[in-house]
Design a protein around this ligand. Structure first.
Ligand SMILES: Nc1nc2c(c(=O)[nH]1)N[C@H]1C(S)=C(S)[C@@H](COP(=O)(O)O)O[C@H]1N2
Ligand SMILES: [Mo]
Length: 400
């Protein structure tokens, strides 16, 4: 692939949208034909040619989705199936030739300066398991046409990241300036000269409190962060939507105001369909409580069936998951399985069920530690962000 800076706006629609059927509760439940979402979208782009092609739906060269059940059941999503979302072409391989030479500028601190990754590594080390989930994950489940990839469940993955705590860096540099209310991170992609910077730069501000848990990550699941996922260095803001986890981070600034980048001002804002994005609308910061089933999908054999999936609460621990096999009419508590990697990670849940031959609508509903319950449906919003409704996250399963 030609790595010169260039923006791709091709969006291949892969697989048909969900078919609406009436669940037992009378709720409109969408059946997801999981097979239709197989990786038939094209060949892997060169910067991601090490991905497992069987596990990826290639929407475009810059948007690769994980097939619903390819996230597996061992909590951590392996790098070779982890989804990719890039707004711009990633930097060239050269940036990972000498990772420790990568430079980051710190602004909005008492003693602003640029540090190399090698220097940063002397300041502290922290590991956090967190989910990266694109704001548009589930876009393909809405009825309205919104621009962007029609992701279903696969624009999300859970990884263990290690790196340098941002608070340790801020401390080293004399602390953030008085009046700072946001932490603003800028991506290191090369920008085309003819375009206004604000229109294209990946720059995101998050509330300053998010700094407490944020790390500058150089490792992902035990390997140096691949370029596809933001290497050599990526900002990780645990519990926050994907866009806030800025890859190839070049600048970290503690600012009084939010960034003036379009991505901050008007992008990633939740508003009614037809409305333009504006700074007074909610920004895609911390994530909503959400869960979905990854097994069974499509068809299974009658008798004892293990129903399982993943659940998370954004910045809150997930506390409970219920499973329904009748489209939300009745629910049963599932159990968590596997290690608890902390409140920012997802948990795998499982419920053994005895299923007779027939058609079932299988779905799950999570509750977080604050009592927030996963919503039944998600109201349409202009950019079709974060479908979290258990109605259309349901799967239609034929038991034979
Ligand atoms: N520098 C930079 N950071 C970025 C992006 C980008 O295009 N450039 N995309 C963001 C978006 S929209 C998402 S959903 C996540 C995707 O992370 P992943 O590709 O590692 O899964 O990265 C975010 N960080
Ligand atoms: Mo995203």
């Amino acid at each position: 692939m030609n790595m010169s800076t260039r923006i791709r706006r091709r969006h291949f629609l892969v697989g048909a949208g969900g078919t609406a059927v009436l669940g037992a509760s009378g709720a409109s439940v969408a059946i997801l034909p999981a097979i239709a979402q197989d990786a038939q979208g094209g060949s892997l782009p060169s910067y991601a040619d090490w991905k497992n092609p069987e596990a990826m739906v290639i929407h475009t060269e810059l948007t690769l989705e994980t097939v619903r059940d390819a996230i597996g059941t061992s909590v951590v999503t392996s790098n070779d199936v982890f989804f990719i979302r890039n707004n711009l072409n990633p930097p060239s391989e050269e940036v990972v030739q000498d990772r420790d030479a990568w430079e980051v500028s710190f602004e909005g601190v008492a003693n602003p300066r640029t540090m190399t990754l090698g220097e940063l590594k002397t300041l502290g080390l922290e590991t956090v398991a967190t989910i990266i989930q694109c704001s548009g994950n589930g876009r393909g489940l809405f009825d309205h046409d919104a621009s962007g990839a029609p992701w279903r469940t696969g624009a999300a993955g859970c990884a263990v990241w290690s790196g340098v705590p941002v608070r340790a860096v801020a401390e080293e540099l004399g602390g953030s300036v008085d009046g700072a209310r946001f932490m603003t991170s800028t991506g290191g992609e090369e920008l085309p000269e003819e375009v206004n910077r604000d229109e294209i730069v990946v720059e995101r501000s998050v509330p300053l409190e998010a700094m407490e848990n944020a790390i500058l990550a150089f490792e992902m699941n035990g390997a140096p962060v691949p370029i596809a996922h933001g290497g050599p260095l990526r900002m990780i803001v645990p519990g926050y939507y994907g866009i806030n986890n800025v890859k190839y981070v070049r600048t970290v600034a503690f600012t009084e105001e939010e960034s003036t980048a379009d991505i901050q001002v008007s992008g990633y804002r939740v508003r009614p369909v037809g409305e333009s994005g504006a700074p007074d609308q909610p920004s895609m910061w911390d994530m909503k409580v959400k869960s979905w089933v990854i097994h069974p999908l499509m068809e299974t054999t009658s008798g004892r069936v293990l129903i399982y999936g993943v659940a998370f609460g954004g910045t809150n621990p997930v506390e409970r998951v219920e499973v329904s096999t009748d489209g939300g009419e009745t629910w049963e508590d599932a159990e968590f399985t596997g290690p608890d990697l902390g409140r920012f990670a997802w948990r795998v849940f499982v419920l053994p069920a005895e299923l007779e031959p027939g058609d079932y609508t299988v779905t799950s509903r999570a509750t977080d530690s604050q009592g927030n319950v996963q919503e039944q449906t998600t109201e349409p919003n202009h950019r079709a962000y974060d479908y979290a409704g258990w109605d259309r996250l349901a799967v239609g399963v034929t038991v034979v």
